[in-house]
Design a binder for this molecule. Structure first.
Ligand code: NAD
Length: 331
C-alpha cells in the first residue's frame, strides 16, 4: 500500500525501512505532524501512519477520508490524539501497537527515579566542571521505601517488578486490578493510602477523561511530604502548574517526566537556538530536582523494531482484508 508517514524522524526511518523489507509497502516520509494544515499531503494515500503528537481530530479524519485513506496506523500505544468516534462513523480503521516493549518504558521510569533521587544529573554537570563537591547530592535508599504504581497494566507491572527487586514495598491503584501485579508481590491500595504512604508515585495509566489531571493540587496536598513523582505515561495526567507549586513549597521532593501536557509544541524538535515561549516548561527545567526527557521512554532498539514491524503488518492485514488484531475502536 501507499503509506504516508507523518512526524517521521531519521532514527525511526531506519527501523521502518528495515521492517518494510518483508512488508513491501510504498513508504513516503513527512517530517511534519499531521494536522489540518498538513492533511493535504496525505491525499491518495490508502494508509496514514502517525505518532503521539499528531492530531487526528474529526476534521482531519474527514479530510483523510475524502483523500482516500482507509486505515490510520498509530505507531504507538496511546490513542488519545485520535477521535475514534469520528473514525468509526467514517468507516476508517484505526490500528495501534498494543504491546512493543513494556520494559523500555518501565526501565526509563526507573532511570528517571534513580537520577532524581541520587542527583546524577547534577553530579554529571559538576564533575565535568571539575567540581567534586558532594553538597546537595544526598539521596535516600530505595530499599524499604513505598512505591505507588498508578495503572498496573503491562508497563506498570514491569515497573513494579523492578522496584520489588530494589526491596521496595509496592502498592498499586487500578480500577481493573490484575492478578499479575499481586502475584509479583504488589498490593492494591486506595488513592488515600497511596497519598499517605507512597515515597514515590509512578504513573502508568492511559490518558482518559477519568485520568485527566489525576495529579492536581488536591492530590498533591494529600501526598507524603517530599514524595517523588515520575510520569512516563501522558503529560495531561498531571496538572503541571499545581506540580510547580508543590515543588516550590517542597511538598513534592522531585519530579521526573518524559511527557508534558503541552509537549506537542516542543518535543521531538531541536529548539536550542530559539526562544522558548512556554514559561511552564522553562520553570520546570529550572528546578534542580526536576528531570525532563522528551518522550524517549520507548526509545530502545527492541521497541523500535517491534513498533515498526507491528505497524506495517497491521497495514498489510488491512490491505488483505484480514482481521485487524491491533484495531482500536470507540468504547
Ligand atoms: P496497559 O493498557 O497495559 O495498562 C494501563 C493500565 O491503566 C490498565 O491496567 C488500566 O486498567 C489502568 N487504568 C485505566 N484507568 C485508570 C485509572 N483511572 N487509574 C489507574 N489506572 C487506570 O497500558 P501500558 O502498555 O502499560 O501503557 C500505559 C501507558 O503508558 C499508555 O497509555 C501510554 O500513555 C504510556 N506510554 C508511554 C510511552 C512513552 O514513551 N513515554 C510509551 C508507551 C506507552
Amino acid at each position: 500500500m501507499e503509506v504516508a508517514i507523518f512526524s517521521s524522524t531519521p532514527y525511526e526511518r531506519q527501523y521502518l525501512d528495515e521492517a518494510n523489507r518483508s512488508a513491501h509497502h510504498k513508504l513516503r516520509y513527512f517530517d511534519v505532524p499531521l494536522d489540518m494544515d498538513t492533511v493535504g499531503l496525505a491525499a491518495n494515500y490508502g494508509a496514514v501512519c502517525i505518532f503521539v503528537n499528531d492530531n487526528a481530530n474529526a476534521d482531519v479524519l474527514e479530510a483523510l477520508h475524502k483523500g482516500g485513506t482507509g486505515v490510520l496506523a498509530l505507531r504507538c500505544t496511546g490513542f488519545n490524539n485520535v477521535d475514534l468516534k469520528a473514525a468509526g462513523e467514517l468507516g476508517m480503521k484505526v490500528v495501534r501497537v498494543v504491546t512493543y516493549s513494556p520494559n523500555s518504558v518501565a526501565e526509563h521510569a526507573v532511570a528517571l527515579l534513580l537520577a532524581i533521587n541520587r542527583k546524577v544529573h547534577r553530579a554529571y554537570n559538576r564533575t565535568r566542571d571539575s567540581n567534586f563537591s558532594l553538597d546537595g547530592l544526598t539521596g535516600f535508599d530505595l530499599c524499604g521505601k513505598t512505591v505507588a504504581v498508578v495503572g498496573t497494566g503491562k508497563i506498570g507491572c514491569v515497573f513494579a517488578k523492578i522496584m520489588l527487586g530494589f526491596g521496595c514495598r509496592v502498592i498499586g491503584y487500578d480500577p481493573y486490578p490484575s492478578a499479575e501485579f499481586e502475584a509479583l508481590g504488589g498490593r492494591y491500595a486506595t488513592p488515600g493510602e497511596i497519598g499517605e504512604k507512597a515515597d514515590i508515585i509512578s504513573l502508568h495509566c492511559p490518558l482518559t477523561p477519568a485520568t485527566h489531571h489525576i495529579i492536581n493540587s488536591e492530590t498533591l496536598k494529600r501526598a507524603k511530604p517530599g514524595a517523588l513523582l515520575i510520569n512516563t505515561s501522558r503529560g495531561a495526567l498531571v496538572d503541571t502548574e499545581a506540580v510547580i507549586e508543590a515543588l516550590k513549597s517542597g511538598q513534592l521532593g522531585g519530579l521526573g517526566i518524559d511527557v508534558y501536557e503541552q509537549e506537542a509544541n516542543i518535543f521531538f524538535r531541536d529548539l536550542s537556538s530559539e526562544i522558548i515561549t512556554d514559561d511552564v516548561i522553562q520553570r520546570l527545567v529550572s528546578f534542580p530536582n526536576v528531570i525532563v526527557t522528551g518522550h524517549q521512554a520507548y526509545l530502545t532498539r527492541e521497541a523500535l523494531t517491534t513498533i515498526c514491524e507491528t505497524t506495517l503488518n497491521s497495514i498489510t492485514a488491512f490491505e488483505k482484508n484480514q482481521p485487524l488484531e491491533n484495531e482500536v475502536k470507540a468504547a
